[in-house]
Design a protein around this ligand. Structure first.
Ligand code: GTP
Ligand code: MG
Length: 201
């Protein structure tokens, strides 16, 4: 799929104030600093569309970006960021879960995990929660450029084996790098295939 336009629409902390359009949307979620905002910039070929930072906790709101004027990419705050206060964490947690349970336009959640790390409890629990709420999701392994060609498949296999302890099959997954552009075509083709089924293009 060719992205011919990608524009910021609005930021919200309140799900009820998100765009009213009935366009399909795809949300990026995962731990702080995993690379959600960077991946949105990589996919859209726009370096500063979503704000990124080396310090975790950069994205604090629900951010809608409209792509090709027909569908949305949504950048969300990270979960599990240790350095925000407990009360701030609760507010984040609340609007993230509200977003996923209330947003009927959501077609697929992309759960981002850093390919360098062993499976983390918080991610596995979040995917469990998505499953319980029947919210379709894929896994996106990020920062593939940070592992060697031999270490990368080992890490992914470890992850798959852990997932298969809880799931009867491995969800659709993608291996990406926002630095090299790895995985870009695959993620966009996947979104395109869903949009086509929904008769959007
Ligand atoms: P929060 O908004 O804080 O939840 O973080 P985020 O998940 O949006 O992460 P962000 O995109 O801001 O990236 C965090 C840091 O990781 C930045 O310093 C990025 O440059 C870096 N980063 C993101 N993706 C990649 C990648 O694929 N490869 C490498 N080498 N660095 C990356
Ligand atoms: Mg971010």
């Amino acid at each position: 799929m060719k992205i011919s336009s990608a524009e910021f629409v609005m930021s919200n902390s309140d799900v009820s104030k998100c765009p009213k359009d009935k366009l399909p949307e795809y949300a990026f979620i995962g731990r702080s600093n995993v690379g959600k905002s960077s991946l949105i910039n990589m996919l859209t070929n726009k370096k500063s569309l979503a704000k990124t930072s080396g310090r975790p906790g950069k994205t604090q709101l629900i951010n809608h970006f409209i792509i090709n004027k027909t569908w949305f990419l949504v950048d969300l705050p990270g979960y599990g960021y240790a350095r925000v206060s407990k009360s701030a964490k609760k507010v984040f947690q609340k609007f993230i879960t509200t977003y996923f349970s209330k947003r009927t336009q959501l077609v697929c959640a992309f759960v981002l995990v850093d390919c360098r790390h062993e499976p983390q409890k918080i991610d596995l629990e979040f995917m469990q929660w998505l499953g319980e709420h029947q919210i379709p999701f894929c896994i996106i392994f990020t920062k593939a450029d940070k592992l060697t060609k031999t270490k990368l498949p080992t890490q992914i296999n470890t992850y798959i084996n852990e997932m298969l302890k809880y799931w009867s099959e491995m969800p659709q997954y993608f291996i990406t790098s926002s630095s090299s552009g790895l995985g870009k075509d695959e993620v966009l083709a996947y979104i395109d295939s869903i949009n086509s089924q929904l008769k959007i293009s």
